[in-house]
Design a protein around this ligand. Structure first.
Ligand code: AMP
Length: 469
């Protein structure tokens, strides 16, 4: 079995991987990291969930020099959701080396992005349109950019960005190293690869983190006009920490969202008829754990990696078994189990059968009260037996640093929520929470620090130093 240490990564990168709790490389990482470290171009046929971000991100971070102010690497993404996600991942991986990662995407003030670029970012992650815009204004100079990644190239094609991608590539040095990632390889993507990649190594993998193995799957027969009521019952019985409810269309998402909201539920919608700003806001509040229920369409939620999701409800049967896997693969991530409940109308039993065939297992009928909450694979801190801590003022406190700050949309409540919710520590125990631009700091009882760090690993908290009170 290959370990990260066998792939040729430096000590600080290995340390960063330990910080985020990755134990061994995923197949795409195992296959892509060595050639990328050696300077080869690659084509990676991999989807979200395969670990592709680290597969290209770690070699990039090895290559860049944090002391040089120029842009040395560019990652192009089709959507701003993916842009934000990749940026957050690269910042985490590069935190120990001190690499500055700047995100540039449309819909946000260009001035702020210009000044971040001016301050010097070694890695720029951007959506195609905004990257071109900033290049045109002279704010983004790519003459020292030695590394280019096209992430989800087939999506860029679908969105009509391929010509712009070419323009950008033409403005980077010829001797650059290029990595192209795409879930599918339609002819225009192949042609692009032929023109802009140099003897690329082709790597194909399945999405290992997008798995249904860790997801308990249920079906629920229901009539079309009873679905909303059924959903309310299901949510009441399941008590999800966080659930995504999928509908087939934007209109249905919006209607359902309104119905749930009118019943007083803390719910948000995510669909393509919303403005980008609204979508970002929803995404951040859901990711931050402030909203437990998200009603979404497939397109809007595509590519989102939301590791805290305990439940997926297919309010409408997915259009294909592939979409089913994509939807429910969002729960049960990295060491957790999840539950997926699919609503099936009487005329949809054939579709359910197709899904069962695809995932190779029968999907059990759901029954209220017959199941408990998702059982943790790893021990999950008990929320109801909170540790009794004496707050007498003498207790030693430990400072924790969280790799995420204002720039990532982190708010004080996110951090408090993470600690109270994930580690079962009561809110009063959390002190001195400060959200800075890139990082946040908070103090917790020293006796609880290790446990908290373990419990919130996925939120990328790392202990900084212990400070006696
Ligand atoms: P990606 O395909 O890059 O969007 O990654 C999907 C998810 O897998 C993200 O939550 C990553 O943090 C996680 N991940 C990536 N690589 C590993 C690894 N080697 N071990 C565990 N989790 C990983």
């Amino acid at each position: 079995m290959t370990a990260f240490a066998d792939l040729g990564l430096s000590e600080s990168t290995l340390q960063a991987l330990q910080d985020v709790g990755y134990e061994k490389p995923s197949p795409i990482q195992e296959q892509a990291i060595p050639p990328l470290l050696n300077g080869a171009d690659i084509i990676g046929q991999a989807q979200t969930g395969s670990g592709k971000t680290a597969a290209f991100g770690l070699p990039i971070l090895e290559h860049v020099d944090p002391d040089e102010k120029e842009v040395q690497a560019l990652v192009l993404t089709p959507t701003r959701e993916l842009c934000i996600q990749v940026t957050q991942a690269l910042r985490t991986y590069g935190a120990r080396k001190g690499v500055a990662v700047v995100a540039v995407f449309g819909g946000a003030p260009i001035r702020t992005q210009q000044s971040q670029l001016h301050d010097g970012g070694q890695v720029v992650v951007g959506t195609v349109g905004r990257v071109l815009d900033l290049m045109g204004r002279g704010s983004l100079v790519l003459s020292s950019c030695r590394f280019v990644v096209l992430d989800e190239a087939d999506e860029m094609l679908d969105l009509g960005f391929l010509e712009d991608v070419e323009t950008i590539l033409k403005n980077t040095p010829n001797g650059r190293q290029t990595a192209l990632f795409s879930a599918t390889m339609p002819p225009p993507i192949r042609a692009l690869a032929d023109r802009y990649l140099y003897h690329p190594e082709v790597i194909k993998v399945k999405s290992q983190f997008l798995t249904v193995d860790t997801v308990e799957q249920f079906s629920l027969q229901t009539k079309a006009n009873e679905k909303a009521d059924t959903l309310v019952d299901v949510l009441a019985a399941e008590k999800p920490d966080q659930a995504i409810v999928f509908t087939r269309t934007k209109i249905r998402a919006d209607q359902l969202f309104r119905k749930l909201r009118d019943r007083g539920m803390n719910v948000k919608a995510l669909h393509g008829d919303m403005s980008q700003g609204q979508r970002d806001g929803v995404m951040l509040s859901f990711k931050g754990g402030r909203v437990p229920i998200l009603v979404a369409t497939d397109v809007a939620a595509r590519g989102l990696d939301i590791s805290t999701v305990t439940h997926v409800v297919n309010f409408d049967v997915p259009v294909s078994p592939d979409v089913y896997v994509h939807r429910i693969g969002r729960t049960g991530r990295v060491g957790r189990s999840g539950r997926a409940i699919t609503f099936v109308e009487p005329r949809q039993t054939r579709e359910l059968a197709a899904i069962e065939k695809h995932v190779g297992q029968a999907i059990t009928p759901w029954e209220a009260g017959a199941h408990t909450k998702p059982a943790p694979i790893e021990e999950r801190p008990r929320r109801h037996s909170k540790p009794q801590l004496s707050r007498n003022g003498d207790e030693p406190y430990a400072k924790l640093i969280a790799a995420g700050g204002r720039a990532d949309g982190v708010e004080v409540s996110d951090l408090v929520h993470a600690v109270t919710h994930e580690a079962g520590v009561d809110g009063e125990a959390v002190r001195d929470v400060k959200v800075l631009e890139r990082f946040s700091v908070l103090s917790v009882p020293a006796s609880e620090a290790d446990r908290i760090v373990d419990a919130v690993q996925s939120l990328r908290l790392a202990p900084a130093r212990l400070s006696a009170a």
